[in-house]
Design a protein. Structure first.
Length: 411
């Protein structure tokens, strides 16, 4: 899927009237309870389950009494709702006016009640994505596991539907998985996809983010063998059905930007050692950044070359020359991706999530380029809606990218 590149400075009217919605118990939360929510925060990251935090007023000024916690009533009532009880499932939408997007279906995991000296009270309600329940055990696995030459992301999602096979240490979710067949047919083929010591559900979410997909737990349209409603995991495009790449420019749509440019840990070469049991021969394969095809941060290779650091990897020992070469190249790529890391803040962008790609401009030749988003934090309160993020630079933009975007902006 080709990402749609959006020049935010060309959409000046799209970011007025921030809005959010909360759904619970199968319906939208009552306005009186939504009004008590003074701040909404959504956080996600590539390597952890996403979640939400709600700051809620817990004080009825007219009755001069607590609303949700701190009272002695045992029955639920309009004066004492149970919306924020631990275990409740909430759907959080964020965005603008009538264009809010589902951020997370989460379960309330904790409620921090604060009784202030002034007599007022507030809550900090925290929750995690309901998919957290599937983060039980970490696995290492590789696809395709059969004789097939290539595999797609949706194929992996379907393969993970089976329960885990402990004898083979094969990952699985033990849950019905549904994909979008049309989207699957548009996906690229991969010769190999590797899951390294990860929870299957986190790995699936990582693959989804890279495709602009979502992973959600929902009620299936098909009943189970007993005729009961069953749950399923959907892996596929979002309801907006588009993959978005934003262009963020310092002085326009990039409110703040803090890049770190360092070669302190940068490597120019990696050697992987091992033992070939078949040939009974020692394996030593050395790769440098100059050996990589399409290396990351290719405009900064000279900096790593001048540092001339080399790492030797002996554990676990490589068993074939091909494995040693592959691991050496992978280690170099991963290391060089860390040369430029940054944090930034922009206007509230519900579609800006961990795993997405952003184009950074207006920050000079060292930092302008294509970045992979590592974490995001979406905050909506009385000051407005802002999205903060951390990201890692992947490469400079291709020549002519600015010109193409300028044409789009003027269209």
């Amino acid at each position: 899927m080709t990402a749609e590149v959006i020049e935010l400075s060309a959409q000046r009217d799209a970011f007025y009237a921030p809005s959010f919605q909360i759904f619970a118990f199968g319906q939208e939360a009552p306005p009186a309870q939504v009004k008590d929510i003074v701040e909404v925060k959504y956080d996600d990251a590539i390597e952890r389950i996403d979640g939400f935090t709600l700051t809620v007023n817990n004080w009825d000024a007219q009755r001069r009494a607590p609303i949700y916690y701190g009272h002695y009533e045992t029955a639920v009532s309009p004066e004492h709702p149970d919306l924020f009880e631990p275990g409740n499932e909430l759907l959080l939408y964020m965005g603008y006016r009538d264009t809010t997007q589902l951020m997370v279906t989460g379960m309330v995991t904790s409620v921090d009640v604060q009784f202030a000296e002034s007599g007022h009270s507030k809550l900090v309600v925290s929750g995690l994505n309901v998919l957290q329940r599937f983060a039980r055990q970490q696995y290492t696995w590789s696809w395709p596991a059969t004789g097939n030459d290539f595999v797609r992301d949706s194929d992996i999602a379907l393969d993970l539907a089976a329960p885990p096979n402990e004898a083979l240490h094969k990952p699985g979710l033990g849950m019905r998985v549904v994909i979008d067949e049309e989207a699957r047919n548009r996906e690229p083929f991969f010769a190999n996809i590797f899951m390294n010591n990860q929870y299957p559900v986190l790995f699936l979410m990582e693959r989804a983010r890279a495709r602009g997909y979502q992973v959600i737990l929902r009620e299936s349209e098909e009943l189970d063998a007993q005729g009961e409603v069953q749950q399923e995991i959907f892996f596929g495009p979002t309801e907006f059905d588009r993959d978005v790449t934003y262009v963020l420019e310092w002085g326009k749509t990039l409110t703040s930007f803090h890049p770190t440019y360092s070669n302190a840990r940068q490597l120019f070469a990696v050697k992987v050692c091992g033992w070939d049991r078949t040939a009974k021969a020692r394996i030593e394969e050395r790769k440098t950044l100059d050996d990589l095809t399409d290396p990351p941060n290719r405009d900064h290779i000279a900096v790593a070359r001048s540092a001339n650091r080399e790492e030797v990897i002996t554990m676990p020992p490589a068993q074939t020359v091909a494995e040693a070469q592959r691991r050496a190249e992978a280690a170099l790529r991963h290391n060089h991706l860390g040369m430029v890391e940054a944090s930034g803040t922009t206007v509230g962008l519900p579609a800006l999530r961990a795993g997405k790609i952003v184009h950074i401009r207006g920050t000079g030749r060292h930092f302008d380029g294509i970045y992979t988003v590592l974490t995001t934090s979406h905050v909506l309160n009385e000051q407005g809606y802002r999205t903060s993020f951390t990201a890692r630079r992947a490469n400079p933009e291709e020549p002519g990218a600015h010109f193409a975007a300028d044409l789009m902006e003027g269209a």
